[in-house]
Design a protein around this ligand. Structure first.
Ligand SMILES: [Cu+2]
Length: 338
């Protein structure tokens, strides 16, 4: 189906950002030009900077999922296209709308231009006031017009893609500055659909993984064969598996069975979603609690918290939420080592 795109509602943030983007290097240059040798250093600094900074152009939709057979549909993000400095990397993503949404891998120093199209059917039931959908990201830097919130929160304007006339998809463009110091795993989610808190709970969430630009810490020196992003909801893990060699993302859904090649290192990215406290365990495994020398076999993780760790895959087991009520609801999945 061809995309009929309404003129973006965000011409202003675009040009503002473009102006800001040219200002920053000049300011850096001027300050350091005051001293001769500092100028030389700034040139070499810019040289290093250029070697890793990349421009990402991303197009995504928000749409409803297939009917579950009982008349229920969730909402999900779908990757339409992703280029990195013009190189098309779209094939690493599922061609379907998925929960969690696309996991976007970035490096400190990168810039992102993300355009979101509202492809949610006009008949999708809304109890609140807003049919506008958005992307609100954590961790990276952006100007206020890329916050992905409603005016009632940001006091400037509604920052999402609204509902258009039939056969049109309204879009909204976000710009992210993946600044130095933002390395980590961060959530993104809708903040506008239905009401000012958005429809994250209906499936509109995903994650970005920001890799450090330089001087990688020892744990980043490892080559992980697989990466798993597991969202801890109140009644299920919502996960995705990423093959490090091909970067292909698969296994999206609730309590996914994860696969790991034996004797390779694999990395888990846990992100809490919702309001519950969780006790995550990977039965029979211990791992280093990042930032400490401690070896742990269980981690408490609550709303808005994250926990990223790695293990060497040795034996098949299960990942489980040992918090009593979550365990009762069946929050567990298989971890198969083969
Ligand atoms: Cu948030």
């Amino acid at each position: 189906m061809p995309f009929h795109v309404n003129p973006s509602s965000c011409d202003m943030p675009l040009s503002q950002s473009a102006i800001e983007a040219t200002k920053i290097p000049y300011r850096l240059l001027c300050t350091q030009a005051a001293v001769g040798f500092a100028l030389a250093m700034s040139i070499s600094f810019i040289g290093i900077d250029k070697s890793y900074a990349a421009e990402h152009v991303i197009n995504m939709t928000a749409e409803e999922t297939a009917d579950d057979g009982f008349g229920n549909k969730l909402l999900a993000y779908r990757m339409i296209s992703h280029t990195v400095d013009g190189l098309d990397v779209t094939d690493r993503y599922s061609s379907d709308a998925t929960i969690p949404g696309p996991i976007i891998e970035l490096t400190e120093g990168d810039k992102v231009k993300l355009t979101l199209f509202n492809a949610i059917d006009s008949g999708y039931p809304v109890s609140g006031v807003s049919k506008q959908v958005s992307v609100h990201v954590h961790g990276v830097h952006y100007k206020i017009l890329s916050d992905g919130t409603l005016k009632v929160i940001n006091r400037i304007q509604d920052e999402g893609a609204g509902e258009g006339p039939e056969n049109t998809f309204v879009s909204y463009e976000y710009e992210w500055d993946v600044a130095p110091g933002t390395a980590g795993t961060w959530a993104y989610h809708d903040h506008n659909y239905d009401n000012h808190n958005g429809s994250e709970h209906k499936g509109l969430f995903g994650a970005i993984i920001v890799n450090p630009a330089a001087n990688p810490k020892p744990h980043n020196a490892f080559k992980y064969s697989k990466e798993y992003v597991l969202y801890l909801g109140d009644d299920a893990f919502w996960g995705v598996e990423i093959d490090s060699a091909t970067k292909k993302q698969s296994k999206h859904g609730a309590n996914p069975t994860l696969n790991a090649p034996k004797n390779t290192d694999v990395r888990f990215h846990l992100i809490a979603l919702g309001t519950d406290l969780h006790q995550f365990t990977l039965n029979g495994y211990k791992w280093i609690d990042p930032g400490t020398p401690k070896l742990i076999s269980q981690i408490a993780i609550g709303p808005l918290e994250k926990h990223v760790f790695y293990v060497r895959a040795k034996n098949s087991t299960q990942y489980v939420d040992n918090n009593f009520s979550n365990k009762l609801m069946g929050m567990k999945g298989n971890f198969i080592v083969d």
